[in-house]
Write a protein that binds this ligand. Sequence first.
Ligand code: FES
Length: 294
Amino acid sequence: MGELIGVHLEKPEKREENSLQSIRRRALATGVFSSSRAAIKERTLRTDRWWLQPAITFGVLIAFIIYATFRAFEKKYYFSEPLISPFYSPCLSTACLDGSAHFGTPIGTITLFGMVISPALFILIFPLGFRLTCYYYRKAYYRSFWMSPPACAVAEPHKKYTGETRAPLILQNGHRWFFYFGLIFNVILTYDAIIAFKNPEGEWGHMSVGTLILLLNATMLWLYSASCHTCRHTIGGRLRNFSKHPLRYKMWTWVSALNERHPVYAWISLIVVALTDFYVRLVASGSITNYYFF
Ligand code: FES
């Protein structure tokens, strides 16, 4: 009838659907393109050095990526009895250096274009995936690498925002699984630190600078994992009330206290992992001697 007299009348459901779509479209337009943003030309009215934090984040992460990539492909200087680099532990390939495969060699040797694949590459996905999908690192690298947004109250350059609702960013939801795998790695690296109480001849009851460094590395990794948001949810989430779960509530308060410092543990553990590898490299390459206290 409406069409007969030249007026297009929409059914109520259709009208609702259209308005939902337009709300969604407006929500997707972000930053300087957002219809809800005040009509100012400046990208931001902030006068402080808002760019400093994302710039430092970018610099540190890039430096770590370059160093870790170099070490993962170097395929040497990662083991010097009893010290093993966290980049190569657990070493599971027959291509591992003598004595470094503490957990056997189930992977054997795999070659690609005639080149033996580095043992580090078989395990890299787990610590890398754990850090890449970390809620804190996501905020850090979305800001510093993608400028999405670079800082609070600074417009981002992107025209659209789809969040983490589709591929590839929807994969970030896998963080909880990387958390569980990360715990296995923490146990292995703690084992490596305990093994470091041996001397190069394999006798127990000794302690060196390397022992302390491996212990520090394992401790920081445990703090990083224990302060993780997934850990907090695993311990205290999915409960209707805490009163019936006093133990979980107690543990949840401890993890919550650690959780407040998660960004600090994220950075310290990242830097300590790199320094631990660097120390093992120096010892394994003969550049320095691993000093023994006793
Ligand atoms: S949130 Fe950072 S490791 Fe889980």
